[in-house]
Design a protein around this ligand. Structure first.
Ligand code: GLC
Ligand code: CA
Length: 556
């Protein structure tokens, strides 16, 4: 496989609205990001992915773009953006923007022109249908309700698979694709390192529109049913790659759900559409078509199986991007650890897996501090469209309001969107004003200032893991080496080799609060990383404490 500049990199996702506010309006901004570049460089970050900062009405927090060539004034100016790219570059950090092109905002000029003249050229930028014929199909939008909405001032409907303020762009129209490529290249010319590609699997629709069997009492059908049938997305994706990323050797990471294992090579193989794509196997585990209230909780064994399955599928093909969480998920440490067991050791154990797997690690802001889910006392505290929809859905399914709120507390993506906890000062040092979303009350206990200064903190542990991954001595093993599961049958043990031509690494993670013994395959080794002060080994048996994680280098 040809080696690429991103293979040995560690990436970090910034959710700008919640990262760092410099002008007291309660909303994070680009100058705030610039002010924290040294913190990220110190952590060892090479790539930053920014969730959208383009001009937007923020109906879906910027994933509804009104102008792809402008920065939203709430986040800053184009000069700020240029400065960010420059300042990051000085520190060897590349910036990725979010490419949101399945849809735009209903406030984009294309959509306004389509409303004015649905029969004109901009009408075919979208999927329009005659209202008098009823809904063209019974698909349910991701945020609830039908995907069809009246095109204001006309006798037409338009399609939106997300929020009604996010009309889908018609990728079948070559002009739309030209506009997208032009925009990508414009940004790459500015010196971006690449893009994270939003919701991309939705750009190919199964046409002509038709119904699927209803899967909830609302009579609608999940988009997944349509996606399973849609064919030919590769034509769009390879065209996009050839016209844009490829020319710049840019990095691209796809938000892709529902790929069939046999198609993975087309997506992330050596000549794939993308450099990599996220491994969502753990975040998607146990999800139910009935909604959040019906999800199956994930156990340590499930987590292990998800990791090993994805690794096995990706190994012959390419690199996945490994995550614990992102802005669409609750906090990983709250979700993947049993209630009451979310301690620093367990957080470090999850970190060990995240950074030591084969692939490109993506850390979500605050993950490196072990930030946890917040508590929403009332549904009024929740801002997110998806969470509000799931709350209603839970009520419709018969849960009372207390139970429905509990569901939202567990799953809401607003858990990950609370302001970054910089210090123990008011509002966690995020803003001098009133934050747009409440700060997690645990910020006095969990914050960057305290952890940076503490060599035993979660932050310092991430730093060590990242330094190990980036140490050139371990390039062949930790970056390019094979991942081979070790003692996969041993319950609540998540263990694997990383084998390179020159070195062999063994990662042992005790994914439970009880101690357990693990047999070693070799008697000659050294400890590279340990999330606890002690390491107990005798006669080739390691006694791991609850949630202990160690990285060993084996000799012989
Ligand atoms: C992606 C984003 C999510 C957004 C959706 C619609 O899934 O990650 O935040 O709501 O796309 O753009
Ligand atoms: Ca601000």
């Amino acid at each position: 496989m040809e080696r690429k500049w991103w293979h040995n990199k560690v990436a970090y996702q910034i959710y700008p609205k919640s990262f760092c506010d410099t002008n007291g309006d309660g909303i994070g901004d680009i100058p705030g990001i610039i002010s924290k570049l040294d913190y990220l460089a110190d952590l060892g970050i090479d790539i930053i992915w920014l969730s959208p900062i383009y001009l937007s009405p923020l109906a879906d927090q910027g994933y509804d773009i009104a102008d792809y060539y402008q920065i939203d004034p709430r986040f800053g100016t184009m000069d700020d953006m240029d400065e960010l790219i420059r300042q990051a570059g000085k520190r060897g950090i590349r910036i990725l923007m979010d490419l949101v092109v399945n849809h735009c905002s209903d406030e984009h000029e294309w959509f306004k022109k389509a409303m004015k003249d649905p029969e004109g050229p901009y009408g075919s930028y979208f999927y329009l249908a005659d209202a008098k014929d009823g809904l063209p199909c019974n698909w349910r939008s991701y945020f609830g309700g039908p995907v069809w909405e009246k095109l204001p001032g006309t006798d037409k409907l338009y399609l939106h698979v997300f929020h009604k303020k996010q009309p889908d762009l018609n990728w079948e129209n070559p002009q739309v694709r030209e506009e997208v490529y032009k925009n990508i290249n414009w940004w790459l010319e500015k010196g971006l390192g690449g893009f994270r590609i939003d919701a991309i699997i939705n750009i190919k629709k199964a046409l002509p529109f038709h119904d699927y069997p209803a899967d909830r009492p609302d009579g609608l059908s999940s988009i997944d049913n349509m996606l399973a049938e849609a064919e030919g997305i590769g034509v769009f994706l390879s065209e996009m790659k050839e016209r844009t990323f490829q020319k710049y050797d840019a990095f691209s990471v796809g938000e892709v759900f529902n790929t069939k294992p046999e198609e993975l090579g087309e997506f992330i193989g050596e000549h794939g559409y993308f450099s990599t794509m996220f491994d969502f196997s753990t975040t998607s585990f146990g999800k139910s078509k009935n909604g959040w209230h019906d999800c199956t909780p994930i156990t340590a064994e499930d987590y292990k199986n998800c990791c090993f399955e994805s690794q096995a599928i990706a190994a012959p093909v390419g690199f996945m991007a490994n995550i614990i969480e992102n802005h669409d998920e609750p906090r990983g440490v709250s979700y993947y650890l049993p209630e009451g067991e979310c301690c620093d050791e367990a957080k470090k154990m999850l970190a060990t897996v995240n950074i030591m797997l084969r692939g490109i690690p993506f850390i979500y802001q605050g993950q490196e501090l072990g930030m946890e889910n917040t508590v929403f006392e009332s549904i009024e505290d929740v801002d997110d469209v998806a969470s509000l929809n799931e709350y209603r859905n839970s009520l419709n399914a018969g849960l009372d309001s207390e139970a429905a709120l509990k569901v939202v507390n567990r799953f809401s993506r607003d858990n990950a969107r609370t302001p970054m906890q910089w210090s123990d000062e008011p509002q966690a040092g995020f803003t001098d004003g009133t934050p747009w979303l409440k700060v997690n009350p645990n910020y006095r206990r969990i914050n960057a200032a305290a952890q940076v200064a503490d060599s035993s903190s979660v932050f310092s542990y991430y730093k060590k893991l990242i330094a190990l991954r980036k140490n050139p001595d371990y390039l062949e093993s930790i970056v390019y080496g094979e991942l081979i599961p070790y003692l996969a049958e041993q319950k609540n043990l998540l263990a694997f080799y990383r084998k390179g031509s020159d070195r062999t690494i063994l990662v042992l993670c005790n994914y439970q609060k009880e101690p357990q013994n693990v047999a070693l395959p070799s008697e000659s080794f050294r400890v590279l990383i340990n999330n606890m002060p002690d390491f107990a080994e005798k006669d080739r048996t390691v006694s791991l404490d609850g949630y202990q994680a160690v990285v060993l280098e084996l000799f012989s």
